[in-house]
Design a protein around this ligand. Structure first.
Ligand SMILES: [Zn+2]
Ligand SMILES: [Zn+2]
Ligand SMILES: [Zn+2]
Ligand SMILES: [Zn+2]
Ligand SMILES: [Zn+2]
Length: 315
């Protein structure tokens, strides 16, 4: 049928019924005929808040918009929940005793007519600060525990699988003691012989060795060290040669010198005197009637009794 309905009324009807209000069996929604719209748009309508004092009259097309913003509609005060005309609400809420405000400093919420004294504010802020400090302390304690655990894990890890592919510096012996032990420990003044190293090999066949230097007779830190297979002790490198395992270059030239370097160019005949990456070079004279030669940048250690030559192997 072509009966005309208001949108909201017909929507409400069709929500509960499937037929038309005029009992046509099949409800079919059609656009309202343009003529009806044309007639409607000529209507002047009084605002529905006329009872609250609005005297506005609007055309059909704009009445809805006006009523939405009409200053004479009643809105709830956020404090006392009273209904107040929209035009008066701001003024009312400014003075309404029930409206609550929040102190921006201490976040305390109070009725705007109540007093929020400075002492109260300060005491609340002090409480908050103390709570924060306490939770921070708790967090710090947790983090400290975590760091401690990580350190333990790290030390165990270093001990089980020290980074092979690089020259190590400042490694505490304690981080190695679980899986490694010292098989050679002499001051740099000690005359190391080729034979000594060859015989050490028997103590560590099929194991890895760590060759390093410690600064001081009571020090427990390897200032410089490198790890490689024990077969290093059996090397016979050329006068100018070296063998590399990962990124460490090893040389053992009988009756000349033994050591490692981060780069392949070494000259063990006259000891490794290179200064490039000097802190990562270790060199011991072999069977030359003197000690020495270098532990990193400490060179010419021929008669030195502070620096120690150390070899360790796995347990
Ligand atoms: Zn109908
Ligand atoms: Zn209606
Ligand atoms: Zn109005
Ligand atoms: Zn109020
Ligand atoms: Zn406050």
């Amino acid at each position: 049928c072509d009966n005309v309905f208001c949108t909201s009324c017909i929507q409400q009807w069709t929500n509960n019924n499937s037929s038309c209000p005029f009992r046509c069996p099949q409800f079919e929604e059609k656009r309202c005929p343009p003529m009806i719209n044309a007639l409607l748009s000529k209507l002047n309508i009084k605002c529905k808040f006329i009872g609250n004092g609005c005297t506005d009259v609007h055309l059909y097309d704009s009445i809805e918009k006006h009523e939405k913003n009409c200053q004479y509609q009643q809105l709830k005060c956020q404090g006392c929940s009273d209904l107040v005309l929209k035009k008066d609400l701001t003024k009312h809420e400014l003075v309404c005793a029930e409206v609550k405000v929040e102190c921006i400093k201490c976040k305390y919420i109070y009725k705007q007519h109540d007093k929020h004294e400075l002492v109260e504010c300060l005491s609340i802020r002090l409480d908050i600060a103390e709570r924060n400090a306490q939770s921070s302390r708790g967090k710090i304690e947790k983090l400290e525990k975590m760091v401690e655990n990580l350190e333990t894990i790290l030390h165990e890890h270093i001990s089980i699988c020290p980074p092979l592919n690089q020259i190590l510096q400042n490694i505490p012996l304690s981080s190695l003691e679980k899986n490694w032990y010292i098989i050679y420990d002499h001051p740099y003044s000690w005359i190391t012989t080729t034979e000594e190293l060859r015989q050490l090999y028997i103590k560590c066949i099929d194991k890895r060795i760590l060759v390093g230097a410690i600064n001081g007779s009571s020090s427990t830190v390897l200032a410089l060290a490198a790890i490689g297979p024990s077969s290093i002790l059996q090397l016979e490198t050329h006068v100018n040669g070296s063998m590399h395992y990962s990124d460490v270059y090893w040389y053992l030239a009988s009756n000349k010198a033994f050591g490692f370097s981060p780069s392949p160019i070494v000259n063990p005949y006259n000891a490794d005197t290179a200064s490039t990456d000097g802190d990562k070079r270790l060199c011991w004279y072999l069977s030359r009637g003197v000690g020495g030669y270098r532990a990193g940048t400490a060179i010419d250690l021929l008669n030195d009794n502070n620096w120690r030559k150390v070899i360790m192997t796995e347990k």
